[in-house]
Design a protein around this ligand. Structure first.
Ligand code: FES
Length: 568
């Protein structure tokens, strides 16, 4: 085994070694612990991140595993991003959290790190930060909540949108809506559907960054602690083997993850996060590649929001390893994973215990694929849509734009009876992109006008430069790039313009000539964003567009684990 990195601190003699060890000893640590591999546990526990609120307990299982395997665990906190509470949007802080993770790992005496991830952004931010350091790293996810139960019905996060429409239509009362809250979130864990958090948990397992079965075990199931324990044991071995993220995150691993994400009907947020992770580890990955890789991959899981079932059902049916095995002929089966085996070896014995939940490529659920990438004069650098969560008859649609300049205007006007809109209209929302909002919030699946809901209309084409919650659904074009605030054509669209969405042809066009677009651009008043101090100012100035992963430009890539200067 090569010399432990932590020995640069704890193995020193004289004053420096004294300082490094002595203050740690105030925690009651015996001398011999300092000779062991030091394993950081990067914990996103926070009571303000309810999905991760059980992480202190889970970290105890990780610690037991580390100690058992001969390592010394050191738990440290990092910025935690709670999707439901944090304003204006957690995506604004994903890159900030990744910076904190990166510097916490590099600056401290550790030889490997366990990343404790749960709520949506806590996974990509930790993985991005760890990739920029590239020390042996393993992900432990927190697991999903148990399926919600309300009046004999199973419910999950996707029902928030459904029931809020029912409330709007007067079909349920405020009191009933309130009762749903506790019924839906009845246990520890993250959202119980294939939303962004579950998608991210699947992503890390598909990439090979977690041990098998990490993605699907519910948070409340005792086996979640077993995963944590085993991961703690494994990271010590990984340090001895010097198995780093760069050994695992090859181009092939990213291709596998994209295909697996399609088969599970994963969140569209996967796209921006995966591109950002690839950027940190130095693997070239372009938005258009997603379309190419996805096109032959059918949806083989029947999970909300694309289907009917919940994460608990996914686990009972066999979890992600079943999906990986079913996609065998499409994948790079020799891609290495953190347990030292290939993804092909890991899934060898997987089988579906419920084909209504996890099927196979011969019997897919529905004909629509999980992700399509669009281009056209409205999105020159691309946009994405999730056909599996959309309405088939709207996949080719021409309609007149009803434009909202920002989310505030949308909220103000959407339920106004005088708004000229019908079911064939296309709702266009501007200035919700990375720079424009700023932070690219999940508002792309904007609710329909009340007067159309009253008529029984359930879906319309919607277009924006924002994102959509992984639990959302509908015929929603997202991540339009360049965004309106970065001078994209989206900024030039006006109410009444004709727009054509053609998903089979992968195009999105506004019916305006190049000359008309140029003239509108000339007349456009230059917007200035006044919110330009502190982190938000830095973000606005340096954030990249969605098709590049929305990372800050100066964070792309990595700096390794070496600390060149030493002030002691
Ligand atoms: Fe945390 Fe959905 S709100 S995962």
């Amino acid at each position: 085994m090569k010399k432990l990195r932590s020995q640069d601190w704890f193995g020193r003699k004289g004053k420096d070694g004294f300082i490094y060890r002595a203050w740690m000893k105030n925690q009651g640590i015996p001398d011999f612990e300092f000779d062991k591999p030091i394993i950081g546990i990067c914990n996103t526990w926070s009571e303000l991140t309810p999905c991760n609120a059980h992480f202190r307990e889970l970290a105890e299982s990780v610690k037991r595993g580390i100690s058992e395997a001969g390592g010394f665990p050191v738990e440290f906190p990092t910025m935690s991003l709670g999707e439901t509470l944090m304003k204006p949007t957690t995506m604004l802080f994903r890159n900030l959290a990744s910076m904190a993770v990166e510097e916490s790992i590099r600056g401290n005496p550790m030889d490997g790190v366990v990343l404790m991830c749960g709520c949506d952004k806590t996974t990509p931010s930790l993985v991005m930060g760890a990739c920029s350091v590239n020390l042996p790293s393993i992900v432990v996810s927190g697991g999903a909540m148990l399926t919600g139960k309300f009046r004999g019905k199973s419910i999950g996060t996707s029902d928030v949108w459904r029931y809020s429409d029912e409330l709007k239509k007067g079909n349920i009362t405020e009191e009933e809506f309130r009762m749903l809250e506790g019924a839906m979130c009845r246990s520890r864990g993250h959202c119980a559907v294939m939303g962004t958090a579950s998608t991210m948990a699947c992503m890390v397992e598909a990439l090979g960054l977690s041990i098998p079965h990490n993605a699907a075990i519910p948070a409340a199931d005792a086996r979640r602690k077993v995963i944590a324990h085993l991961s703690g044991m494994r990271i010590v071995e990984m340090v001895k083997e010097d198995l780093k993220p760069s050994d695992i995150l090859t181009k092939e691993a990213f291709e596998n993850a994209i295909k697996i994400n399609t088969a599970i009907g994963g969140s569209t947020n996967f796209v921006v996060h995966l591109i950002a992770i690839a950027g940190r580890i130095g693997v070239p990955l372009e938005l258009l590649e997603f379309d190419d890789l996805c096109k032959d991959i059918p949806l083989i899981t029947n999970l909300q929001p694309s289907g009917e079932y919940f994460m608990e059902d996914f686990f009972e049916a066999g979890g992600l390893q079943v999906v990986i095995k079913a996609l065998k002929k499409h994948l790079h089966n020799d891609s290495l994973t953190v347990n030292g085996k290939t993804i092909g070896e890991n899934c060898k014995n997987a089988e579906s215990y419920n084909e209504a939940v996890i099927s196979n490529t011969e019997k897919p659920f529905g004909s629509e694929i999980g992700l399509a990438v669009l281009t056209g004069n409205l999105c020159e650098d691309g946009a994405v849509i999730k056909p599996s969560a959309a309405t088939s008859k709207l996949m080719q649609h021409k309609g007149k734009a009803v434009v909202f300049e920002d989310i505030e205007e949308y909220k103000h006007k959407i339920d106004d009876d005088t708004l000229e809109v019908d079911e064939n209209s296309i709702l266009v929302l501007k200035n919700v992109g990375p720079k424009g909002y700023p932070g690219m919030p999940e508002v792309g699946n904007m609710g329909l006008p009340k007067k159309l809901l009253d008529k029984g209309i359930q879906d319309m084409v919607r277009i924006s430069d924002g994102r959509m919650s992984g639990t959302g659904f509908g015929t929603v074009v997202l991540h339009v790039s360049p965004e309106a605030a970065a001078g994209g054509a989206l900024q030039l669209v006006q109410t009444g313009d004709w727009i054509t969405l053609d998903v089979p042809a992968r195009t999105l066009n506004v019916h305006l000539s190049d000359e008309e677009l140029a003239e509108r651009k000339r007349l456009l008043k230059q917007q200035t964003n006044e919110n330009d101090r502190g982190y938000v100012g830095l973000y606005i100035r340096t954030v990249q567009q969605a098709h590049l992963g929305a990372d800050l430009d100066f964070l792309v890539g990595g700096s390794g684990s070496e600390v060149v200067r030493d002030s002691h």
